[in-house]
Design a protein around this ligand. Structure first.
Ligand code: HEM
Length: 145
């Protein structure tokens, strides 16, 4: 009996996570992929710029370049949520989405300039401020699971 129970438990631990990730993978959009790349660069930069040094500046700028590139690519994609709307409302949502992404791109370019000018503390504060743009963007344009 114990062995049967153990076998069932083992099967669940091994099989369940792979089932979950398979279903998540199925829903992964190209925009998700771009956002993920932006998120990784964002997280690395926030951490490394806390104790900033001028020698690391090329690394900070490279991470900013990834964010800008992915934000620009993401702007030309259409959020999944758009398809849930009636056709008559879809164009308006796409316009609003692009405008919000433009705001993000402008902010990212400003942070890039701050880093170029060695204003690391200001850049760090502005990077933290991106959280608001991120959560607003997600509230408005991200499909609920
Ligand atoms: C620093 C800024 C941002 C970061 C780091 C970020 C990060 C992310 C992450 C990690 C995901 C989930 C990816 C996944 O499930 O694998 C995501 C999804 C998404 N984000 Fe962002 N995001 C940012 C800003 C924005 C903004 C400003 C908007 C809207 C204007 C936006 C719209 C979306 C949408 C619509 C999705 C779902 C993808 C889809 O519908 O296909 N994000 N984002």
């Amino acid at each position: 009996m114990r062995i049967i129970l153990l076998t069932i438990l083992l099967t669940m631990t091994v099989a369940l996570p792979s089932l979950v990730s398979a279903s998540e993978e199925g829903e992964h959009t190209a925009l998700d992929t771009s956002m993920d790349k932006m998120n990784d660069a964002y997280r690395d930069l926030r951490r490394s710029i806390r104790d900033a040094t001028e020698e690391q500046k090329p690394g900070y700028l490279a991470l900013m370049e990834i964010m800008i590139k992915e934000a620009k690519a993401g702007k030309d994609m259409v959020p999944e949520k758009v398809a849930e709307l009636p056709e008559a409302k879809q164009a308006d949502m796409i316009t609003a989405y692009k405008k919000e992404m433009d705001g993000l791109i402008t902010e990212l370019e400003e942070i890039f300039t701050l880093i170029e000018q060695n204003q690391f503390d200001e850049a760090s504060t502005a990077l933290r401020g991106l959280r608001t743009i991120k959560s607003e963007g997600h509230d408005r344009f991200r499909k609920e699971d």
